[in-house]
Ligand binder design. Structure first.
Ligand SMILES: Nc1ncnc2c1ncn2[C@@H]1O[C@H](COP(=O)(O)OP(=O)(O)OP(=O)(O)O)[C@@H](O)[C@H]1O
Ligand SMILES: [Mg+2]
Length: 426
């Protein structure tokens, strides 16, 4: 009995052989099968096994990127197969374009293997449109703890973007510290994705960005999202001028598109909370500190003597407990211990200081990290905000807005005090 012939497969096979000017004998050499088998493939009486069909991709010389991928997908589908994500990336690599904005690549990155895998699954396999990495779930005075900052959100998303960037046509990174108006961010993104063709900022709307995100596969990363929330209000209220960001997040979570917006924030954006309950494509990752092993690796990168010092066994546990695995704090500890040039001396000074300040080593560690943490926040304030902090601390006690206005030296207009955007920290 004669076997059924797959005419469409045969036609495609023939077409690609001809286009690449390939001879049957060459295909025999490439795949290692008998010449009769190749003939049966061409005539459509036999479908090659998947491995052999993969061997044909390169010799068939499909066009690069999207067009070639489309052709190849159809060809494989006709044979009853489909290409995996890895195979697509291998045979049809995208020419990803990157705009890292102000973001610098980290010197080194340790651990977080499982977390990275989880994020990759959400972004690549599950095609999540909106993902948020949150380092701490609240704000206010009690949050002046070492857990608030430096937990590694920026470093983690930087590593993720490097790892998976080539799954996208465009990767763009922007920081929302200093709370830029949304128009600025929309314009930046649209100009970049349109490759500077779409430059009329006044026409740059959320809807337009969405159209680009449907057309191209883009990875957008917004860092320091907490800066668009109001100070002194419940943690998740937007500053008046930034309410449109809420709409951007909602739209990207609700409307289908083929891109991903990744948000790094100390506060959970309210839209994420709501959408996360309704849509599988919206995900929230609460980032914790590094584990013992990861913390040790990070520490050793900065200070490789400590691991071999006699104090290691007694003090390492102490360091992990007091840093809670927070990479920012671990970096400070490692540098301080290194700075003394000698571990015993550091611990001697540490205990002397700790007795002076707090009476115990654990609290001293917290004091150290809190100071570093406060310095980091202070450095990120605007000139206006820094001046406010100076005057508040000089006054030391409760001070009215009018008194503050009298104090200020550098404000162009004291009226600005009413309108000044203050960091959530103030
Ligand atoms: N996995 C890691 N490996 C190596 N270094 C890390 C890692 N995670 C964080 N760090 C380092 O720790 C410091 C703090 O990390 P990062 O800036 O990412 O924290 P963050 O959560 O973004 O803080 P913030 O809320 O202030 O923005 C940085 O110097 C960063 O390079
Ligand atoms: Mg950060």
């Amino acid at each position: 009995m004669k076997k059924n012939k797959n005419r469409l497969f045969s036609a495609l096979f023939d077409k690609y052989m001809e286009r690449a000017e390939l001879k049957n004998t060459e295909l025999v050499g490439i795949t290692g099968v008998e010449p009769e088998t190749v003939s049966r493939w061409i005539q459509g009486y036999q479908i090659p096994i998947r491995d052999n069909l993969l061997k044909c991709i390169e010799p068939f010389g499909f066009p690069a990127q999207e067009d070639g991928l489309r052709e190849c997908n159809e060809f494989f589908a006709e044979a009853g197969y489909s290409l995996t994500q890895e195979e697509k990336r291998k045979y049809f690599p995208r020419k990803t374009k990157y705009d890292w904005g102000t973001q610098r690549q980290a010197k080194f990155f340790v651990g977080r293997t499982e977390t990275l895998e989880k994020l990759k699954k959400w972004v690549i396999e599950d095609k999540c449109g909106l993902v948020s990495i949150v380092g701490f779930g609240g704000v206010g005075k009690t949050s002046l703890s070492i857990e608030l900052a430096g937990i590694g959100k920026t470093a983690l998303s930087g590593q993720l973007a490097q790892d998976i960037g080539d799954n996208f046509d465009y990767v763009i990174w922007r920081s929302l510290s200093n709370a830029p108006p949304i128009e600025e961010i929309l314009s930046d993104m649209i100009k970049f994705i349109s490759e500077q063709q779409d430059v009329e900022s006044s026409r740059h709307t959320i809807k337009k960005l969405l159209n680009y995100l449907k057309k191209y596969r883009c990875l957008l990363i917004l860092d320091n999202v907490e800066d668009i929330f109001q100070s002194g209000k419940p943690a998740d209220q937007y500053r008046e001028k930034h309410k449109e960001y809420a709409r951007l997040f909602e739209q990207l979570g609700e409307v289908p598109h083929q891109s991903c917006l990744l948000l790094n924030s100390r506060i959970v954006p309210p839209e994420i909370k709501d959408l996360n309950n309704h849509y599988a494509e919206v995900q929230l990752l609460r980032l914790e500190g590094l584990n013992e092993q990861e913390g040790q690796k990070l520490f050793n990168q900065i200070n490789d003597h400590f691991a071999h010092s006699p104090e290691f066994d007694t003090q390492w546990k102490n360091i992990m407990e007091n840093s809670k695995g927070n990479p920012f704090v671990l970096e400070r500890f490692a540098a301080s211990i290194k700075g003394t040039g000698n571990v015993s001396k550091f611990f001697h000074e540490l205990s002397a200081e700790s007795i002076k300040y707090t009476g115990n080593v654990s609290k001293f560690f917290n004091k150290l990290s809190l100071e570093a943490f406060l310095q980091k926040i202070f450095d990120n304030l605007s000139d206006t905000e820094q001046e406010l902090v100076y005057w508040l601390s000089i006054n030391r006690e409760f001070v009215s807005q009018d008194e503050l206005k009298n104090d200020l030296l550098f404000f162009n207009s004291k009226e600005q005090l009413n309108n000044t955007r203050c960091s959530s920290f103030l």
